[in-house]
Ligand binder design. Structure first.
Ligand code: MGD
Ligand code: MGD
Ligand code: SF4
Ligand code: MO
Length: 728
């Protein structure tokens, strides 16, 4: 049994106090203090990123001193990643917002006065009523990321607006969800991606820089798979951490992934690597697919992708040999080049040909859970107008942030005049940040609900400071991994200063606007208890353990009795998409070339640091010590040509002449010559973020361009070209 810190201190105090130092008053005082320390272990779940691992907080005298993974929770399995471990850095960040603030100067000049919550609500209510009267309730929009979004979403609906948008759709995973839904009738993730890497014989990654992209149990599965002898194929213009573990690394020309995918599909069909029985039973459109891809020969794919033909062929044969216990990882961050739904369709089709959906080592089947969520008791009013957040994109499946921004600028199809922003730093998250600034100029009201004085927060009219995930309840979470369970988020410590959780802010805003009837609870916990009762779960037990598994009747793989269901029109896997055909889009993906970097410029690509999440952790003093600035990766050949030494100070200039901050050059053989790479999230422009202000390159600042996917409406962000300039 491990000695707890409390017992250890007790022992130490006892020996010290009992012998030589018996009369030392200082020792007596500390010993007494140590004896009195109240130690608690409180379970909850993490939101340093959106993997939402179960955690156990060690709280001493009301202060969190350590966070560990909850062994019961399938997404942590007893461990947290570095970001999760550093949660106290957010909780106790001295730069945190402490009280509501109302702007007194011009937008963006950083001048605010402290306000009470009532004053802040009154200010918001007056402006909202003005917008409603002049333009209608639908002229209010919400941008959200994270757990607070649901409560503010309820507020928006009660107010009468359908304009809720999410960076996790248009700047992240949207195109994947659309692509897989077109093919399989649903996406490849439930709570998290259902990739059975721990049991795969061959894993292929397109981008998907696992190990840098640090989602806890996903990386555990990846490592287990490699430990079990899985072969790894990595397609990445950069020799990523994952590429370092690969038996085949394909340093693809950026933007040509679809050429490789189509080439592979063609080889699978020509060389008959596909799973014939599986396709006969579950898929439709094979003949049309075969016909459509026959022009995509290995020679052609090699030319387009700048990869050796032999490697292309060998990699796909390796997948074919071990099918169906293999997986072409569906990926997560999809907003790359603007043809991202079609790239996703290609990955979905490849998996279908290899028969991986519902197979061990492939993509496990979605769990069927019979857990009904509590319904809104009173129906929200029907919005007078349709949401403009879906644009004109035929398969848009989520609110598109950049559509709301566009409508805010040009007022069509109707004006947007107020923004609520919660849990997203739009200045770092949406491409073409100059457009975000332009849109904000048109607003009558901009409210931000956040913990930190970020770039976006410091543009607001009203700043509402909120609790961190360690200080609040959030609605009970259904966790669906290979099994299902319920997880609780509960305060591990009392909220500090004058901050409030999002559920309370939404409720109080509803009250203020005369919409209180739409909120059926006094405290969220009251509702959580009701929900637990409905699910026949012991709430008190959940409070103690953090996670309770629910009925285990679930089988991850296809068997005779356990058959997959596909919610497509044909009820089969659609290799040829009739929906896309109806939309006048390519029913089978076609390759189109993307613009290449003009001479003297490089394509800007980006990714993650394993110890940071987007732009939200850069001011965290623990993580700051691990990494407080990014660098520009550039190829050693290019560096020689430009006379840049490793570690030399450089900056980037984009096609519109926008200049980045200065950082060190990382001269390396680990990247192609046609691109440069930075880690996303750095380069804060907010002086109140004292640890991170002005540090590092902001990739978003360099993204004057983006390419819109015609099917899903999501953004392609890897279409910007930059020059590298030596500071000297
Ligand atoms: N530590 C940490 N982990 C995270 C996050 C975080 O913020 N921090 N965020 C989470 C979230 S929400 C997401 S969406 C994911 C994002 O992480 P991923 O889904 O892994 O993102 P990708 O864009 O697929 O991968 C980035 C890699 O793509 C490579 N790349 C660039 N251009 C191309 C190209 O044209 N073709 C190919 N094949 N590769 C290319 C880059 O070199 C880089 O190695 O990470 C998740 N995990
Ligand atoms: N240029 C570029 N743009 C990108 C990406 C990229 O790699 N490069 N990645 C894209 C991807 S994959 C994603 S998912 C998005 C992520 O985009 P965002 O979710 O906008 O990510 P962050 O920049 O971390 O902003 C999060 C904000 O939430 C605040 N916050 C943290 N915890 C809480 C909380 O509990 N409550 C509230 N109310 N606020 C909180 C933080 O202080 C911060 O202001 O960005 C996308 N945009
Ligand atoms: S992966 Fe890390 S940061 Fe994300 S939820 Fe899990 S412990 Fe927290
Ligand atoms: Mo994301």
């Amino acid at each position: 049994m491990a000695i707890s810190r409390r017992n250890f201190l007790k022992c130490a105090a006892f020996t010290a106090g009992g012998a030589v130092l018996a009369d030392n008053p200082f020792v007596k005082a500390t010993a007494a203090a140590a004896m009195k320390k109240e130690v608690k272990h409180v379970p909850s779940y993490c939101e340093m990123c959106f993997w939402r691992c179960g955690l156990i907080a060690r709280v001493e005298d009301g202060r969190v001193v350590k966070l560990d993974g909850n062994p019961l929770h399938p997404q942590s399995r007893g461990r947290l990643c570095a970001k999760g471990n550093a949660g106290m850095g957010l909780l106790y960040d001295k730069d945190r917002l402490k009280t509501p603030l109302i702007r007194t100067g011009e937008r963006g000049d950083g001048k605010y006065r402290k306000a009470s919550w009532n004053e802040a609500y009154a200010y918001i209510a007056e402006k909202l009523n003005g917008v409603k009267k002049k333009y209608g309730p639908e002229s209010v929009a919400l941008f959200s990321h994270g757990s607070g979004g649901q409560y503010m979403g309820n507020f928006l609906e009660a107010f009468g607006s359908p304009n809720h948008s999410h960076p996790s759709y248009a700047q992240c995973v949207g195109a994947r969800e659309v692509a897989f839904t077109l093919t399989y009738g649903q996406g490849p993730a439930s709570t998290a991606e259902r990739v059975d890497m721990a049991n795969s014989r061959v894993i292929a990654l397109f981008g998907s820089h696992l190990g840098e992209n640090m989602h806890n149990s996903h990386n555990q599965d990846f490592v287990d798979g490699l430990g079990n002898g899985a072969k790894l194929i990595v397609v990445d213009p950069r020799y990523s951490t994952a590429a370092g573990k690969a038996s085949i690394w394909l340093p693809i020309k950026p933007g040509t992934d679809l050429a490789l995918i189509l080439g592979w599909i063609n080889i699978v069909i020509q060389e008959k690597w596909y799973d014939r029985d599986y396709l006969e039973k579950y898929a439709t459109g094979f003949e049309q697919l075969k016909e459509a891809v026959k022009e995509y020969t290995p020679e052609w794919a090699a030319r387009e992708t700048d990869l050796p033909k032999g490697d292309i062929v060998e990699a796909i044969r390796e997948l074919g040999r071990y099918k169906p216990n293999v997986v072409v990882h569906p990926g997560r961050h999809y907003s790359w080049y603007g043809d991202d739904t079609q790239r996703g369709r290609g990955l979905a089709i490849l998996n279908a040909l290899l028969g991986t959906w519902g197979r061990k080592g492939g993509l496990w089947l979605p769990p069927k859970v019979n857990l009904v969520k509590m319904k809104q008791t009173l129906k929200y009013p029907k919005p007078r107008r349709e949401s403009l957040a879906f644009g004109d994109y035929p398969e848009a499946a989520g609110g598109i942030t950049t559509e709301v921004r566009r409508a805010t600028i040009d007022g069509s199809p109707y004006p947007i005049k107020a923004w609520f922003v919660i849990g997203t730093n739009l200045m770092k998250t949406l491409p073409a940040p100059e457009k975000t600034k332009e849109a904000v100029k048109n607003l009558d009201l901009l409210v931000n609900i956040d913990l930190m004085p970020t770039d976006m927060v410091m543009m607001s009219d009203v700043i509402l400071p909120t609790t961190s995930y360690l200080e609040r309840h959030d609605a009970l979470a259904i966790v669906t991994q290979k099994n299902a369970g319920i997880a609780i988020r509960q305060p591990v410590v009392n909220p500090w200063k004058n901050v409030k959780p999002a559920w309370l802010i939404a409720k109080e805003l509803c009250d203020k606007m005369g919409l209180g009837k739409y909120v059926a609870y006094n405290t969220l916990e009251e509702q959580m208890r009701q929900q637990a009762k409905l699910w026949k779960i012991d709430y008190n037990e959940l409070v103690k353990t953090g996670y309770i598994p629910v009925a285990d009747s679930y089988h991850p793989y296809i068997t005779e009795k356990n058959q997959p269901e596909f919610a497509t029109d044909s009820k089969k896997i659609e290799l040829y998409s009739s929906t896309l055909d109806n939309d006048n889009m390519d029913p089978v993906p076609k390759f189109t070339r993307h613009k290449e970097p003009p001479a003297g410029t490089f394509r800007l690509i980006y990714g993650r640091s394993p110890v940071h999440t987007f732009s939200r952790t850069m001011n965290n003093k623990w993580l700051w010590q691990l990494k407080n600035e990014n660098e520009v990766w550039l190829s050693a050949t290019v560096a020689r040509r430009l006379g840049i030494d490793n570690g030399e100070k450089v900056f980037l200039v984009n096609e519109k002449g926008v200049r980045s901050n200065v950082v060190k050059a990382k001269v390396t053989e680990r990247i192609r010559e046609d691109c440069v790479y930075v880690i996303h999230g750095f380069g804060s422009t907010s002086k109140r973020m004292t640890m991170t202000y002005g540090r590092g390159i902001d990739d978003t600042q360099m993204m004057s361009h983006y390419a819109t996917d015609p099917i899903s409406g999501t953004n392609g962000l890897r279409v910007n070209f930059v020059k590298i300039v030596k500071e000297s």
